[in-house]
Design a protein around this ligand. Structure first.
Ligand SMILES: C[S@@+](CC[C@H](N)C(=O)[O-])C[C@H]1O[C@@H](n2cnc3c(N)ncnc32)[C@H](O)[C@@H]1O
Length: 253
């Protein structure tokens, strides 16, 4: 009998049923840490967590780098970005209509400024700005600095919750950052907030840069220079066991 990828042999010992787990010994498994690029790892994450034929909304499409090595016929892909006029905080999809949402908004506070002149990635770094943000200044009155980063992740997470079907998948790319000389573990902030929203963090991948980062104008190093980022995989859960686990992790005041 094959159940969930495991083979069970049902036998009898002294009149009692005996269950023997089958399966194969292999090292051919997807691992959690990769010294690699997004375009190589993302297809493997999809293969593990998102069944072929699923409707997938990539809501921060950018240049579509994530999808470079994913066969187009595999998913019903809906690609949007603020640069196409679609804000990931207000998606044009019905409630519970999407199987998987992919979210990769700008991850560093330097890309959220009230003036384009003050944004990170000016001058010779303009390609960085073009790849990682929409290149536009942030509206007056919103949160500032690192809080502007998490505000977008949190609001986009709530919108993903609305459009995802129950048990649907949310794949989030993020990176921690040092801002105002303080360490911000963005991936932890996102996991905590999304679990409050009703997601279960099912998997976590660490992506390590293949090249060494160069620091311009270093005076005194205070924190390790980040050369890794994350893919987080969440399940839009309605299951009681996950909600109970969340409550014990985040008791209400
Ligand atoms: C890090 S890039 C995404 C790269 C993309 N994953 C790829 O594979 O090419 C961040 C993207 O978020 C988009 N963005 C920024 N704010 C947004 C918003 N409020 N709604 C939707 N997209 C947004 C930017 O235009 C930019 O294309």
């Amino acid at each position: 009998m094959e159940t969930n990828g495991l083979l069970f042999a049902i036998g009898r010992t002294g009149g009692r049923a005996r269950r023997v787990a089958g399966g194969v010994s292999t090292s051919d498994v997807l691992v959690s840490a990769h010294i690699s690029g997004n375009a190589d790892v993302f297809p493997e994450i999809l293969a593990l967590h998102v069944p072929a034929g699923s409707t997938v909304a990539d809501v921060t499409w950018g240049k579509g780098v994530f999808w470079q090595k994913v066969p187009r016929s595999r998913y019903n892909l809906k690609a949007t970005d603020i640069q196409m006029g679609v804000d990931c905080r207000s998606l044009p999809y019905d409630n519970h209509s999407i199987d998987c949402v992919v979210l990769d908004p700008p991850y560093m506070e330097g890309l959220f400024r009230k003036s384009e002149a003050h944004m990170a990635g000016g001058g010779t770094h303009s390609a960085f700005r073009a790849n990682y943000s929409n290149g536009k200044a942030t509206a007056e009155g919103g949160p500032k600095w690192h809080a502007a980063v998490t505000d977008l992740y949190f609001k986009a997470g709530a919108e993903a919750k609305r459009v995802l079907r129950p048990e649907g998948t949310l794949i989030v790319k993020c990176q921690d950052e040092v801002s105002a000389n303080r360490q911000w573990l963005t991936h932890v902030e996102i996991i905590n907030e999304y679990e409050r929203l009703g997601f279960y963090c099912k998997d976590l991948f660490v992506i390590v840069r293949t090249n060494r980062p160069v620091v311009a104008r270093l005076k005194k190093q205070e924190h390790a220079r980040k050369n890794h980022s994350y893919f987080l995989v969440f399940v839009n859960t309605t299951k009681r066991k996950y909600r109970t686990a969340q409550r014990s992790r985040h008791p209400r005041p």
